[in-house]
Design a protein around this ligand. Sequence first.
Ligand code: ATP
Length: 308
Amino acid sequence: MITTVTLNPAIDTRYFIEDFKEGRLFRAEKTIKSPGGKGLNVTKVLRQMGADVVATGIIGGKNGEWIQENLKKMDIKEEFYVSSAETRVCIAVLAKHSETEILESGEELTDSDLRAFEKKLMELVEKSDVITMSGSLPKGMDAGYYQKLVELVNRKGKKVILDTSGKSLLEGVKGKPYLIKPNFDELEYVLGESIDGRDKIKKAVEKLKNLGAQNVLVSLGGEGAIYFGEEILKITIPKIKIHNTVGSGDSSVAGFAKGLDDGLELNEILKLSMACGMSNAQSMETGRVIPEDVKEFMGNITVEVLKI
Ligand code: ATP
């Protein structure tokens, strides 16, 4: 089984307003609401790929209830800890030529919320082989919280995939996750300088490995990825027509988790990871893959040893 952790979920609300400009009154032409947060995107993709997955994290209030109801409609199993802090709403206004986002910070959680969530997580960890942890931390939470969670899971001998950014990544890797999946921007933050070639990528990865990351999958959008494990592997993907790449990183985390849980060989895990990212990029919806397309893409992805 795979457990996905979403500590900072949200109701993603997308308003479609063709001529949107600031400072005026508009009525939305169409509104789409969906359970959001990077961990829930990972969960959706795992479910579509037929994995045995349970979503956990912390939710609360009416918004939390709404998320639970909608996960149920999607036939997704969830074991969220329910706190008294209302879950946030994140808004995107989609106009003809622009996208404006407003992200609520969410309410602060108490120490007793965290202890109760950890207890719930550890019960799920007993039944899981792979645990994914994705996204930002809720407001006011210590940047080292992922480190603590990763250490708790490692003690049970289970594998953690950690996909976060900024300070929570730099602190989280100290817990020694099995895999992290930074993209280019995240590596630039880690290095504190711009990355203009493979040497710089390697330098940033070495920093993350020295801090504790066991393996690092650097995703490079349409250019595929580079995997830094015992060897360095270059994963090359074919060129495809894309629609919306948001959530492709989450989809590639889902593919990796599924491959790991199924006991596939590393090369196949990497191909599955990339193919899920590609399939998501072909959909208009975030966190949407088509298993038949994933299978087809896998046949056209190559993995080769890279010397850098
Ligand atoms: P996000 O934050 O939007 O979820 P990310 O920046 O973490 O994404 P990316 O590196 O953009 O992750 O994408 C992850 C994977 O998805 C890539 O390694 C690739 O397999 C696939 N992918 C992303 N963009 C494209 C693209 N333009 N064409 C083909 N495949 C893509």
